[in-house]
Write a protein that binds this ligand. Sequence first.
Ligand SMILES: Cc1cc2nc3c(=O)[nH]c(=O)nc-3n(C[C@H](O)[C@H](O)[C@H](O)COP(=O)(O)OP(=O)(O)OC[C@H]3O[C@@H](n4cnc5c(N)ncnc54)[C@H](O)[C@@H]3O)c2cc1C
Length: 501
Amino acid sequence: MTSNIRITQRVLVVGAGPVGLAVAASLCEQGISVDLIDKRPSASLHSRAFGLEPITLELLSAWHIADEMIRRGIVWAEAPVGDKKGRTLSFSTLALEFPYMVIIPQSYTESVLTEWANKVGVNLKRGMELKTLTPMGEKVVVKIEETQSHSVTKIEYDWVLGADGVNSIVRQVLDIPFVGQDYQHSLVVADVTLNTPPTPAVYARSVSRGLVALFPLPDGTYRISIEDNQRMDLPVKQPVTREEIANSMSAILGQDFGLGDILWSARYRSKQRLAERYREGKIFLLGDAAHTHVPAGGQGLQMGIGDAANLGWKLAGVIQGTLLPDILDSYENERRPIAKAALKNTDLLFKFNTAPGILGRMVHWIGVQATKIPYIEKKVVRMLAGEDAQYHCLRQKGDHKRVGQRLPHLVLCHAGQERKLTEVLRKKQFVLIHNHAPRLVSALQSYFQTVAQQLTVVEIISPKKLLRDGQATIVRPDGIVLWLGSDIAQAKTRLDSWVNR
Ligand SMILES: Cc1cc2nc3c(=O)[nH]c(=O)nc-3n(C[C@H](O)[C@H](O)[C@H](O)COP(=O)(O)OP(=O)(O)OC[C@H]3O[C@@H](n4cnc5c(N)ncnc54)[C@H](O)[C@@H]3O)c2cc1C
């Protein structure tokens, strides 16, 4: 059934950081009109998050922008464990479409996202600050101040998405507790030049004094991340000096690799906090506004992009009337446990890498040695890649274990052509992947003819073993398995709880 829906609902996204840009562009690409505001007069030039994980690349690929990130960044397939020998863990052991990370400063990532947002028609206005918001029945009334003239406008929206960072005004006005702790330790990051850079270029060491990691940036400079136990009690306001960086490098790495200029630096104190709720009626929280943690393992940006990918298609479907309104509750049910686990894992990783004293170093040594065991190596690499995250709440009794998970790298046949799953997902439709299952295909095609949602049907080429003969799987537009099996009635029942009939 073709739909002829006039979409008049208005969406406001607060905050044009990476997460706000991503969710705004994703909604707009699906035909929703979006206003995106940011209080800053221009985009931030700070590099902050500098890596995109394999799973984040899959999400970006389904938005057509992974290739551009790869073009502007540096592909990196080996993560150093931080020992003296420079041993690494390889992403290439994972069966993923992108078995590597891309090193790309956050300012570049935001610039690619901004180009996408402009292309799809997001109404992006900088120098506009959200001052307050009030839910009023089915609407949300916001007050926005133009930061130069200080003139305030009152506007009514149908939906408001708070992607306004760690000090989120949206979260504060709604009085949503941001539960957790502030770390007492201060950490240092800097972008520097090195006259005699290390080989391999991604280099890390963890010793009793702390951890230093070096990452090459696309412009030839280096990102340095320092967790120095002897300096962690310095106040964040104390400027970072070149001498201090050289000293931490020499003490922890054994040399300073010809440290040259310090181009940007920050001393910061992390928080480990999680919003108690992600939703209040027609208002949602995403990204750092909903969760924040120490950057060990580089998770902050990945988590936020994951939030945007999860909420974007659901909200677009509900606004268009093709999905049931109740499915919006699944955003918090799915994403909050992922953030909770990331808070725990990053805290453990941070403590593990900086563990001082004989006992701390012994634990660290044992942990590093354990990664030589293939099972543990794979577990750690899957965590670093973001591949271990799954939505347990989607899985019902008797469901296949893949329900709630992403699929490995697949080769599919669509309209006689070989396709990757992320290419098929660009249509923003549910995808039915089958292995010689004509009865199932025809039944589900008939089902989708009676609803406004659409279905893309593809056949699996490899790995064939993913589906037995006669089996199929329904994949959501964000790449998550909704159902897998061969029982037509069960597949329809599962769709009935998502699709508006
Ligand atoms: C020093 C540092 C190093 C980091 N390193 C890493 C790393 O290595 N890996 C990693 O994954 N993550 C890292 N992070 C975290 C990462 O930068 C964040 O997770 C990411 O920026 C979150 O994106 P966001 O869009 O949710 O929030 P932000 O990037 O904070 O964007 C929020 C936006 O909202 C705007 N805003 C705020 N209030 C208002 C308002 N009232 N009205 C309008 N606009 C508003 C702000 O101006 C801002 O542009 C680091 C962070 C820091 C500070």
